[in-house]
Design a protein. Structure first.
Length: 100
């Protein structure tokens, strides 16, 4: 800030009758009393995130692997001798199952 702006700001702050206290609140908790410690707030946020993730996974449509499996390379790669090919077959099976 320029010196003139700084002096104007200082005058405004000095003339303020009841300066507002800075607050650090989460937007999702606006209007609620904040008597929780930061650790408790983080734990609550993590719990809420896990609950939301569980709800999202519950809403997924079920996948019939027996219908999807013939369209993958699972059977061919599983017969190969190299371990990396067997792992690739299992990866194809996981991908056929959809999002985890």
């Amino acid at each position: 800030l320029k010196s003139s702006q700084q002096s104007q700001l200082n005058n405004l702050v000095d003339n303020q009758h009841h300066p507002t206290q800075p607050q650090r609140n989460l937007r999702c908790k606006a209007g609620e009393p904040t008597n929780l410690s930061p650790e408790e707030i983080m734990a609550a946020l993590k719990k809420k995130q896990q609950e939301d993730e569980a709800k999202r996974l519950e809403k997924r449509a079920a996948v019939n692997l027996f219908q999807v499996l013939p369209h993958t390379c699972y059977k061919e790669k599983l017969k190969l001798e190299k371990w990396s090919e067997k792992v690739a077959a299992l990866d194809a099976l996981i991908e056929a199952g959809g999002e985890q």
